[in-house]
Write a protein that binds this ligand. Sequence first.
Ligand code: SAM
Ligand code: FES
Length: 348
Amino acid sequence: MNATQEQLNRLLSGATPSASELASLLKAQGKARDLIYTAADDLRRKTMGDAVYLRGIIEFSNVCKNNCWYCGIRCDNDNVARYRMATGEIVETAKNAKLWGCGTVVLQSGEDTYFTADILCGLLRRIKDETGLAVTLSVGVRTRGELAQMKAAGCDRYLLRFETTSNALFSAIHPDESFEHRVQCLTDLRDLGYQVGSGFMIGLPGSTLEMIAHDILFATRLKLDMIGCGPFLSHPDTPLAEKPLIEDRSVYYKTIALLRLLNPTAHIPATTAFDALEPDGRNLVLTRGANVFMPNVTPGKYRRLYQLYPNKPCVDEDGAACALCVRGRLASLGREIGAGPGHSVREP
Ligand code: SAM
Ligand code: FES
């Protein structure tokens, strides 16, 4: 048996690898790399089945008080026209998402202080009452009190990436936040009974394969219900403009595959940024460990204004087009749309 297969068998038996072992798998090429992809796809089929759950993402505000160095909607970027969707418009969009086959809506925004916990609670109650959909919030760091209030209003899940486990890198690129604070927020979410999603950007400037390995191990230790990761893509209007992609593009996909191997029952989305990396990026991730797809259901007129990174796909489409497109993609992969909300299947 070759060395990669032996390493994969150890992972599949539940052993925790060292960071250097993971880094060596991230370097795999040719047949060894394909073994990693196949093992992740086989495990995904066994533990999660062929259903792909659709989580419709509504980018409801691009107003942000923060200045994260990577992000195209950071507050210092004056080239962005800012918008906020009205509550009624967000609820109508959620209804459309339901019609288009989504079992969940993900409400995402910048860190917009206009949307207080009270306002978000009103919105959550209306979406739950009028659609019955599962709701994920992705609105940045909030206090434990606010998170408790939003859970009581019916919020099912929360998505907050830790972005990187390197404290030095985290502080360098987040002038307004600390790593400890983000992790505290993730702990609060878990205590309060949310299904918790987190993850990191793959290939932030200055990161090494060992650092990515540490990120994979940290995401695994958090026992997340959902692990969302995607490539870092440099935006021209940010301090990280012109920072290159990882030369070996397969590192992005191997990261997802290794996350699957270490987290057999986590939901893992094929994140939008993979389609900005290459046109069928999300399809490839679905065959390398992912089991969730997040079609953009934001009304077309706002999409160009929510460009976290360049080449974001679907900015000229509308929700109906994205819903049709996802059906075609899944059919071409022999996968079906998951019925119902696709809640966490992780053991508590
Ligand atoms: N404000 C909320 C937060 O920070 O959690 C949610 C919105 S934020 C824009 C969503 C995610 O976009 C971030 O967690 C980050 O990982 C990702 N993102 C932002 N800029 C990016 C870039 N240039 N390349 C890839 N991903 C990026
Ligand atoms: Fe606020 Fe990106 S800096 S959403």
